[in-house]
Design a protein around this ligand. Structure first.
Ligand SMILES: Nc1ncnc2c1ncn2[C@@H]1O[C@H](COP(=O)(O)OP(=O)(O)O)[C@@H](O)[C@H]1O
Ligand SMILES: [Mg+2]
Length: 118
């Protein structure tokens, strides 16, 4: 798999937090997102919150759920989303492009270089 298309890293990040003692299951949000996409045809979401509000964990959750990189059943079968009506149809059912702008890759010296590479 590519560096940005169906990358395995969101799944790695999300499955490690999903196994911790203080993990909060927010996977029902996936159903809410799908309701908005299916029902209202809303296709773009911008999530803005101050730092440390859980945006990155949520982005990793979304990429892990929809992306084809890793079979998500081990993690998602025991979470709230598994009881939702879209679960079987959408779990690992999409190509996901995941780009993390919160840190520079090791071989990039500035954001211009990073964006150029993408
Ligand atoms: N669902 C969750 N369950 C438990 N801890 C979480 C959850 N979401 C976020 N956290 C923790 O909260 C902190 C901030 O989350 P993070 O996603 O990095 O926030 P942001 O990207 O908004 O700055 C991290 O230590 C992360 O592990
Ligand atoms: Mg973040």
């Amino acid at each position: 798999m590519g560096m940005f298309l169906n990358s395995r890293s969101p799944f790695g990040e999300y499955s490690s937090i999903a196994g911790t003692r203080y993990f909060v299951d927010k996977s029902a949000m996936i159903d809410e997102i799908l309701e908005m996409v299916m029902g209202e045809g809303q296709r773009y979401f911008c999530i803005t919150r101050p730092r440390r509000f859980g945006k990155s964990v949520m982005a990793n959750m979304i990429a892990s759920f929809f992306g084809r990189a890793v079979d998500g059943r081990d993690v998602f079968d025991r979470l709230a989303v598994a009881g939702g009506k879209y679960y079987q149809e959408h779990l690992n059912g999409h190509d996901v492009i995941y780009i993390d702008f919160s840190r520079l890759p090791r071989d990039c010296k500035c954001y211009e270089q990073y964006i150029q590479r993408i």
